[in-house]
Design a protein around this ligand. Structure first.
Ligand SMILES: Nc1ncnc2c1ncn2[C@@H]1O[C@H](COP(=O)(O)OP(=O)(O)O)[C@@H](O)[C@H]1O
Ligand SMILES: [Mg+2]
Length: 384
């Protein structure tokens, strides 16, 4: 699993955690938090230069003037212990956190640095900094200091992570709601997908079977009629129509939910769509495992729409679909040598794809200069 916060890092195996950058990032986070402390100190010193009453006023002015800077710093340094995007933050909330930092939090940060860094280092250096201590006792203190280092890494990361979570909660209490909206959109798509499958099943088991039966009955009826009678001709025509309807229905079912996708996976399904395209399509899909159903179905619709566009709009003589997974992202590209000029604003297909992709955190980009060629690129994060 991808680790995105210091708190998540704590749950990794000890060796993985201790050799990761997280303890260092936590230290950097706490150190950066000392700037407000420096400002408080500065306020106190400038205060000392003045007579009593202006002293208080002067100190307060320095503190208040520094608040926007502290607010900015709080937001920027959060990235050291929390990589999740923060989004829009209300100015007032950010300033509120700055006040809290200046008044209370910075010295807790300082305390943690003293406890987890200065403490073990002083212990390790006992024989050097305290020559008066007897050598065996000094050596024991050094060893204890070394043993404390990994423990201190945990303590420090835990505080920095908790402190970061507090900063996030104060700055962006709306974050959880945004997550929820996204999740319910994903639920909606799931529900939509279930509904598609139900329709597909109904069409397949109901309407399609009836049309097959109808076509057979018409065929049998025709056998009983004299060949050159007008009734026979009419029945023949009806049978032809029934077959036509059956073919259209099959095409429709395939569009609603591709059987081959669920059965044999993305690469096979893409080859299937490519095979039905009137423009010759070369397919190079390099996947050695199945992806999650949501990713597969989204990628499938992207390729279907892209190839439909190639056939409808591009005037291309050939097209190419490539796909592979790199660094946990499925990348699919569809290119054609047609006239270009694809513009999401002029239709509903490409914007519909972008909406679908948003649900799985994916991205769609199009490069299609007038005169061509057209390249459509899709990236979908996918854990193998
Ligand atoms: N491969 C392509 N080559 C040239 N033009 C394209 C291509 N794909 C899309 N377009 C243009 O971009 C417009 C938007 O595409 P799309 O959103 O899929 O809408 P549509 O419903 O018309 O297919 C199309 O109407 C077409 O003019
Ligand atoms: Mg289209």
């Amino acid at each position: 699993m991808l680790t995105r916060t210091a708190l998540e890092a704590l749950t990794r195996r000890p060796v993985a955690f201790l050799t990761s950058a997280w303890p260092w990032r936590s230290l950097a986070y706490l150190m950066a938090g000392q700037l407000p402390g420096v400002i408080v100190l500065f306020a106190a010193i400038t205060g000392d230069l003045l007579p009593a009453t202006p002293r208080l006023v002067g100190g307060a002015v320095v503190m208040v003037a520094a608040l926007p800077l502290v607010a900015w710093l709080e937001r920027e340094r959060l990235r050291l212990v929390d990589e999740k995007p923060l989004g829009q933050v209300a100015r007032g909330r950010q300033l509120g956190l700055a006040v809290l930092t200046v008044l209370a939090l910075w010295w807790v940060d300082l305390l943690m640095i003293l406890l987890t860094v200065v403490g073990p280092v002083l212990l390790i250096l006992t024989p050097l900094v305290q020559p008066s201590v007897a050598p065996p006792a000094g050596a024991i203190a050094s060893v204890a200091g070394v043993v404390l280092v990994p423990v201190a890494a945990y303590t420090m990361t835990a505080w920095a992570g908790g402190r970061g979570a507090m900063a996030r909660a104060l700055m962006a209490p709306l974050g959880s709601e945004l997550d929820e909206v996204l999740r319910s959109r994903a639920r909606l798509v799931d529900a939509f997908e279930l509904e598609r499958r139900r329709i597909e099943r109904d069409l397949h088991d109901g309407a399609q079977q009836r049309l097959v039966a109808l076509s057979m009955s018409l065929g049998l009826a025709r056998l009983d009629l004299p060949d050159d009678s007008s009734v026979s001709r009419l029945v023949g025509q009806a049978q032809h129509e029934a077959k036509q309807a059956l073919a259209e229905l099959r095409e429709l079912i395939r569009g609603v939910h591709p059987e081959v996708l669920t059965g044999r996976g993305l690469a096979a399904a893409v080859r299937d769509v490519a095979g039905r395209s009137p423009v010759p399509v070369e397919v190079v899909i390099d996947l050695d495992r199945r992806l999650s159903p949501a990713v597969e179905v989204t990628a499938y619709y992207v390729v279907s729409e892209a190839l439909a566009n190639v056939a409808k709009h591009s005037g291309a003589s050939r097209a190419r679909v490539t796909g592979h997974v790199r660094d946990g992202t499925l990348v699919i590209e569809v290119r054609d040598d047609g006239r270009g000029g694809a513009d999401p604003a002029r239709g509903t297909g490409l914007t519909g794809l972008a909406d679908r992709l948003a649900v799985v955190d994916g991205r769609l980009s199009v490069r299609s200069p007038a005169g061509g060629p057209t390249l459509l690129r899709v990236e979908i994060p996918c854990a193998w």
